[in-house]
Unconditional design. Structure first.
Lengths: 306, 374
């Protein structure tokens, strides 16, 4: 049968934009969640995008110029300044009449939750017209796995060694950003690219500050097999450890409600960083996850769509 | 152990029990070791949210009564500048470790530099003097960290411990002596009762005595210009007295603080001046130049600030040509040139960082300096 036959040609329905803006040959570690995230982000936002990237894994992943992989202009800036750099870019673009160019700040959790929080808060308060994506791999991975305020309870890092593992919940960056009353804040997960891309495309159409908290596993820092990135990322949401939701003009919407959430232990078990945890600690983490989920449900009830 | 780890051990041996830090290559190994080690000796390591926080948390710990330090590299050091000024003004004894990398800005995170030397001296605004030390081996990272803490207590001044990436990551044998053989300067707490004590009234050595929170003294510590009581005084007279003392408590004690290591300089026609990793390369360069018949010696600066002006003047008066070898384009070089007062040739063997000097590059300058003499 001929290859072009109308009867047999299968139509593949693509759920993601087809064009690849980010090229292969970047220098991320095997199984890197953050590199997937960028690939999807650029598919969503297109060529007319400019980025500000502070010190973080992605300052390296892109590759040394001219061998850069991102395919759009990047301003590499100082650690604490992703949001401020992007603020300058977006205001200049606006003065130049280039309102069709999207400005995106793309920073890690250390550069967002910790050292970059002041700059982020400033941009949010001014409602600067930019998209800020934090790709959250829950520690300073670029300097070799030191804890950040996004590192979850129980995790090992080199500055929270096993005997003194991280205690306390990770900072809730979403609530901080929602409290700034910005037009759009959302969580996303590299395991659910359609959702992430939809959110970026929505953010692109909104004027003002948009914030996306992207969950991005790191096999190197989490000590998991490099082929488990997607599985672990899925489990993070399927166990309610990392819920997927958005807050648009103050209105909460949980995008993925899991009917029968899996136990958190299933999510923890694949990751060497949690290997030392006792059953009691795992039960505690489960109880905190449940509490956070209940709280989110209540927020949606109170501030969801009428 | 490597220099970063030895730096941590030296601080612990000096009595440091509070460390605030933030990850930055090539200094991260220091805080990683503290995270494991300091709880075992009853101390605390906190990973802060940035270098601003690190550099001020240590000052909180000092006023609460502990010895404290922070550690960073170029970009983080730049962020700490405001608080170095505060430590100078409030005469807060503490240690800032900078494992220097190539700069400016992000520069070369994993490769060495020695270009933060002027920043160490005057990176914060205002006029002041600090003390800066440069180790050239892991052993010295251990030994001189103890000196750094001792000097900070003696002079109530932030001490800059200026390592470089090579020294930080270099692995060598480090001998740690028995605890009772380590000379540790305790904090100079006052014996005066609260009604007679003035927190910023200098003693004979120009350095005021300290108290700590909870001892029943009511004191005021401020970054504003202040009098002996620590009360803010907005006047030129008070500014003159205070800043004059802050500068001179270091400068007038330069000879006591001085730490230089001179090798074969008595009969030398040419003297190479170097510090940190570059001093080690200079040793090879000197051997090379001596083979070519040049009488050359080495002056190693362990304490770079305050600068040993009298030593350089003396060398110049004796007619020795000087070669400054450093991993920058002339930071200490101009100090040497200033002190030589045009009496002898002063040559710079410098480069922008990223690698140690080529031995030949320093040797060529030695030969050239020797030719300038004749």
């Amino acid at each position: 049968m001929s290859a072009g036959s109308q009867d047999t040609k299968r139509k593949i329905k693509l759920t993601l934009p087809e064009e690849e803006i980010m090229s292969p040959g970047h220098v991320a570690c095997l199984g890197c969640g953050a590199s997937l995230g960028m690939r999807y982000a650029l598919k969503a936002l297109g060529h007319k995008t400019m980025m500000a990237i502070p010190a973080c894994c992605w300052a390296v992943i892109d590759g040394p110029f001219p061998y850069s992989a991102a395919g759009v202009p990047i301003h590499h800036s100082a650690f604490e300044t992703a949001a401020s750099t992007a603020a300058g870019m977006t205001h200049a673009l606006s003065q130049l009449g280039q309102d069709d160019v999207t400005t995106m700040a793309w920073a890690g959790d250390g550069g967002t939750f910790d050292i970059g929080l002041q700059a982020l808060s400033g941009a949010a308060e001014r409602n600067d017209n930019l998209i800020y994506v934090v790709y959250d791999n829950e520690a300073y991975m670029n300097t070799g796995i030191q804890r950040s305020s996004s590192t979850p309870h129980g995790a090992w890092t080199t500055t929270t060694p096993v005997n003194h593992y991280r205690k306390g919940q990770k900072k809730n960056i979403m609530e901080i950003m929602v409290a700034h009353r910005i037009p759009y804040a959302a969580t996303a997960n590299v395991a659910f690219p359609e959702d992430f891309i939809r959110k970026l495309q929505k953010a692109k159409e909104i004027k003002g500050m948009k914030f996306i908290h992207l969950y991005a596993p790191c096999p190197t820092g989490w000590k998991h097999a490099t082929d488990k990135t997607i599985e672990i990322a899925k489990l993070a949401t399927q166990t309610n450890t990392f819920p997927i939701y958005e807050v648009e003009n103050g209105v909460y919407k949980i995008n993925r409600k899991i009917k029968n959430p899996k136990p958190v232990a299933e999510y923890l078990q694949y990751q060497g960083r949690f290997r030392h945890l006792s059953d009691d600690e795992v039960a505690y983490i489960q109880s905190e996850v449940d509490k956070n989920w209940e709280r989110l449900l209540k927020l949606e009830q109170a501030f969801g769509e009428e | 152990m490597d220099g970063d780890h030895a730096c941590c051990e030296g601080a612990l041996a000096a009595g440091c029990r509070f460390v605030a830090g933030y990850p930055i290559t090539p200094s991260t190994a220091v805080v990683e070791r503290f995270a494991r080690r300091i709880p075992r000796v009853g101390g605390v390591f906190i990973q802060m949210e940035d270098e601003l926080a690190s550099s001020i948390a240590i000052q909180g710990a000092v006023w609460a009564g502990k010895k404290a330090m922070t550690v960073t590299s170029g970009p983080g050091y730049s962020l700490m500048m405001e608080h170095i000024g505060l430590a100078v003004m409030t005469e807060c004894p503490c240690v800032f470790v900078n494992v220097q990398r190539g700069g400016p800005s992000t520069g070369l995170p994993t490769l060495p530099g020695q270009a933060d030397m002027m920043q160490a001296r005057w990176g914060s605004h205002g006029d002041y003097e600090i003390i800066a030390l440069c180790p050239d081996s892991p052993q010295e990272c251990f030994d001189f960290m103890i000196d750094a803490f001792n000097l900070s207590e003696q002079y109530r001044v932030p001490v800059m411990f200026m390592m470089d990436e090579c020294i930080g990551h270099m692995i060598e044998k480090v001998t740690i002596p028995e605890a009772d053989k380590i000379d540790v300067t305790p904090r100079n707490y006052t014996k005066l009762p609260p009604d007679q004590y003035l927190p910023f009234k200098p003693a004979e050595n120009m350095v005021p005595e300290m108290v700590k929170a909870g001892d029943g003294y009511r004191i005021h510590v401020t970054g504003l210009t202040h009098d002996y009581r620590g009360y803010p005084v907005m006047s030129a007279d008070c500014q003159e007295e205070l800043v004059h003392r802050l500068v001179n408590k270091i400068n007038r004690n330069e000879e006591k603080i001085r730490h230089i290591i001179a090798t074969d300089i008595e009969d030398a026609d040419v003297v190479v001046i170097a510090y940190g990793i570059t001093a080690r390369v200079a040793v090879d360069a000197i051997a090379l130049a001596r083979k070519q018949g040049v009488k050359v010696g080495l002056l190693r600066l362990v304490v770079v600030w305050p600068f040993p002006e009298a030593v350089i003047r003396d060398l110049a008066n004796k007619g020795k040509a000087l070669v400054m070898a450093e991993m920058n384009y002339g930071q200490i070089y101009y100090e040497v040139e200033r002190c030589a007062q045009g009496k002898v040739p002063v040559l710079l063997a410098g480069h922008g960082g990223g690698d140690v000097h080529k031995t030949e590059a320093i040797a060529e300058k030695i030969v050239e300096a020797n030719k300038c003499l004749s």
